[in-house]
Design a protein around this ligand. Structure first.
Ligand code: PMP
Length: 387
């Protein structure tokens, strides 16, 4: 009979259940589906049923757009993960951390300066910092590029400077510190991956503007929920204004769902989800490293073991992405080399690095990871044949 579904390049046969050998190993996007099995195991406690009459209003009972209950739970999650100091900090919610990032740039650029604030990040950096800052074409801020481009000779210029610090970094998973200094420098710390899943937590982060997201904490990227922890009250007020102007705050439905999910995160002092997430990511990294240890053609970043205050032990790497490098002189386009082996990665140029580099996502589903590993294994085992 006719197929009951529309088959894709990965599955064929009469009912689309047969795996097609030509299916690409897609390691491009940072979709955090590795957490799906955790939520399947916690399906009942994380489920939501919302009555039609519930949460219809623009506002919560305190007349704000922000759920106090959710705010309390976010502070608790940081306290148990030991990854951020929330005492004395304000919280702003956004539609994913993507929206919060721009709100922060906007707020930090309001300095009554005659020229726009200059925005920097260190290569390799997450592309949205540039694309979003360019897209809004604001008179208040503009993206400059790599932090090395800041001309220190003009350090007494009153122009204000904003630096994005991504720690751990996307794409290479390294813990990072701000590199620009001075009275006119403001810093936005993007801590999307600063959770025990992806890195050791050496100490709670205590910076002035810190940004987090449930996308990489619980894996619910589709709910679009992120937040900022902010020290300065004026910066907080300006970010709130931004959220009010652009969207009158985050969807109350999303806030409800985030609350439900964080309650499950808090079960067993976080051990359930953090153990699961760390173990999953650690095993993936171990397998990929073992395979690539046999390769002369490809290398991946080294991440040193570090003491983690959450697990209270020295722990090895478990990054969200592999930052793969093609070592051979002739492999200048590393992403093309992978593509020939039916592996899709994100090319280094996307992160303003050279095309000798490719980012491979390790946070997708187990099937995605297994196929990636299988293809890399094959590529490495063929190395001697080529030479
Ligand atoms: N910051 C970094 C470093 C990211 O990698 C991502 C998503 N890949 C984000 C922010 C944005 O995530 P979201 O908007 O889903 O919170």
């Amino acid at each position: 009979g006719k197929p009951v579904c529309e088959c894709n390049t990965c599955f064929g046969g009469p009912d689309c259940s047969e795996f097609s050998p030509g299916c690409p190993a897609d390691a491009d996007s940072g979709d955090p589906l590795f957490l799906e099995p955790f939520w399947m195991q916690n399906a009942a406690s994380s489920a939501m049923l919302v009555a039609g009459w519930h949460r219809m209003s623009y506002r919560f009972s305190d007349l704000s757009f922000i759920s106090q209950e959710l705010e309390k739970h976010i502070r608790k999650v940081h306290a148990i993960a030991k990854n951020a100091v929330t005492e004395g900090k304000y919280i702003v919610f956004g539609g994913g951390s993507t929206q919060v990032l721009n709100a922060a740039v906007y707020a930090l650029s309001q300095q009554n300066s005659s020229s726009p604030a200059k925005v920097f990040a260190s290569i390799p950096y997450y592309p949205i910092y540039k694309s979003q800052t360019d897209f809004f074409r604001s008179v208040d801020f503009e993206f400059e590029g790599d932090t090395s481009l800041l001309d220190n000779s003009t350090s007494d210029d009153p122009t204000n400077v904003i630096e994005f610090v991504t720690s751990p970094n996307n794409p290479d998973g390294q813990l990072k510190k701000a590199v620009l200094q001075g009275p006119s420098v403001k810093t936005i710390h993007d801590h999307a991956y600063y959770w025990p899943h992806f890195t050791a937590i050496p100490a709670p982060a205590d910076e002035d503007v810190m940004i987090f997201t449930i996308s990489k904490l619980t894996g619910h990227a589709g709910s679009r929920f992120g937040w900022a922890l902010i020290k300065d009250e004026a910066v907080y007020q300006t970010m709130l204004t931004y959220m009010t102007m652009s969207e009158m705050g985050v969807s109350r439905d999303t806030q409800l769902r985030a609350l439900k999910l964080l309650k499950v995160v808090l079960e067993g002092e976080g051990r359930e989800i953090f153990d699961f997430a760390y173990e999953t990511m650690r095993k993936r990294w171990e397998k990929l490293s073992q395979t690539l240890a046999m390769s002369k053609r490809f290398s991946i970043q080294e991440i040193l073991p570090q003491y983690c205050t959450f697990f209270q032990k020295v722990r090895g790497p478990s990054p969200a992405y592999a930052w793969l490098k093609c070592e051979r002189e002739e492999d200048r386009d590393c992403s093309a080399v992978l593509q020939a082996a039916n592996i899709i990665g994100r090319e280094g140029s996307m992160f303003t690095a050279g095309n000798r580099y490719v980012r491979l996502s390790l946070i997708k589903s187990q099937d995605d990871f297994n196929l990636l590993l299988q293809r890399i294994n094959k590529l490495v085992s063929e190395e001697d044949d080529i030479k």
